[in-house]
Design a protein around this ligand. Structure first.
Ligand SMILES: NC(=O)c1ccc[n+]([C@@H]2O[C@H](COP(=O)([O-])OP(=O)(O)OC[C@H]3O[C@@H](n4cnc5c(N)ncnc54)[C@H](O)[C@@H]3O)[C@@H](O)[C@H]2O)c1
Length: 354
């Protein structure tokens, strides 16, 4: 059977990460790439494409024409046009998060991809640590989730490993730590807690980069009454490239997560009708195995994308999932602009998935 032909638009940090995921997964071949930074595209092609630098093409249109599926891994403002072109040509699309710099654009993109297999780079949905947390905190014998403390911090990514000047340009990035980084967290919080009913937020900018908030405090309340506090910070501590710590209190359980992927996760539970009090921790391989036994999901989002394209079916997580996170981010920005007002975030019917 011939291997799925994949193209890349954008050959930077996250493009390289997905290329490694695809190579690891097998079943796909990266046959065409484009990046206005041609040196970068050539280095990418030399490393990941069987045809080497011959895979570097002159524009997005040539890449889209040459492949079955397209990865859109450019800076955020370029996503909408490239996604629309790929979907219009009937290609499956994997697009990085955030989908776009505005909610309106994210909505239009979700409509545009409704007829093709589509997936978004909310990769923490595949994290063994978060999958374990979600399955565990929602065990009925532990009673309702009461409160979540979610801290996400990293050094401002205009420096260090990232060195991305575009993350300091609101026209290209759409916002700062809340949209660019914590869209993952907004998605995870609703996934962990259930539908979010309202949001209030404050943002600030110590670095004083126009339109790029470097701190955000968001309060979320679920329709079941659970509360969460999200703290999102971009600082100058170069030894902290990206760290998350999550603590969850259910009526009969306390849980913590540190380490986005490998854990450790810890728990302390009270006696329930199913058994005595427990406590423990898990990380690494043992955590992978337990997470897989809970939901049967793999931990390679690129392998899942290839499988979904080949089966011509829905991929996970899809643009519709990301659109909901955009609605929460948009509500948080509107709240901050109004001094922290509470903004309702009802779940609305999205475009039908394939
Ligand atoms: N899922 C995640 O955890 C995660 C992590 C990092 C970045 N991202 C997202 O991925 C996207 C890219 O981030 P990055 O860190 O790889 O940035 P980067 O700066 O390393 O790479 C972006 C590349 O896109 C190229 N580019 C710009 N316009 C283009 C166009 N029209 N066609 C083709 N290439 C174009 C740039 O030249 C650059 O090489 C952003 O939206 C970012 O938010 C997601």
């Amino acid at each position: 059977m011939s291997r799925l032909a994949v193209g890349f638009l954008g050959c930077g940090l996250i493009g390289r990460s997905h290329a490694r995921g695809l190579v690891g997964a097998g079943g796909a071949e990266i046959v065409a790439v484009h990046d206005p930074d041609r040196d970068r595209a050539e280095r990418f092609a030399a490393e990941f494409c069987p045809s080497g630098p011959a895979a570097v093409l002159d524009g997005p249109g040539a890449v889209i024409a040459a492949v079955d599926a397209v990865y859109v891994c450019t800076w955020t403002s370029a996503h909408p046009e490239l996604v629309a072109a790929a979907a219009e040509a009937g290609r499956a699309v994997f697009c990085e998060k955030p989908l776009a710099v505005s909610l309106d654009q994210a909505e239009a993109m979700t409509v545009a991809v409704a007829g093709v297999t589509n997936q978004v780079g909310l990769v923490l949905r595949h994290s063994p640590a978060f999958r374990w947390l979600r399955a565990t905190i929602n065990r009925p014998e532990l009673g309702p989730i009461m409160n979540v403390v979610f801290r996400d911090d990293q050094y401002i990514p205009t420096q260090g490993l990232y060195q991305s000047t575009w993350r300091g340009n609101v026209d290209l990035a759409g916002g700062g730590t809340l949209l660019e980084h914590s869209i993952h967290d907004l998605d995870l919080l609703e996934w962990l807690m259930g539908p979010i009913a309202d949001v209030s937020a404050r943002t600030g900018s110590v670095h004083r980069i126009d339109g790029i908030e470097d701190q955000a405090s968001v309060r979320l309340v679920s329709s079941a009454g659970a509360q969460a506090s999200l703290i999102s910070v971009w600082h100058d501590v170069l030894s902290r490239p990206s760290q998350r710590r999550v603590e969850v209190f259910a009526l009969k359980g306390y849980f913590s997560l540190e380490g986005d992927w490998n854990g450790p996760v810890t728990w302390d539970t009270a006696e329930t009708e199913l058994g005595p009090a427990t406590s423990g921790s898990l990380d690494g391989r043992a955590l992978y195995d337990v997470a897989a036994s809970l939901d049967g999901l793999g931990q390679n989002p690129d392998a899942d994308f290839v499988a979904a394209v080949e089966a011509d079916t829905t991929a996970y997580p899809s643009f519709s999932t990301a659109l909901r996170a955009h609605r929460l981010a948009d509500a948080a920005y509107r709240s901050a602009a109004a001094g922290g007002a509470t903004i309702a975030t009802p779940v609305v019917a999205e475009q039908p998935r394939r």
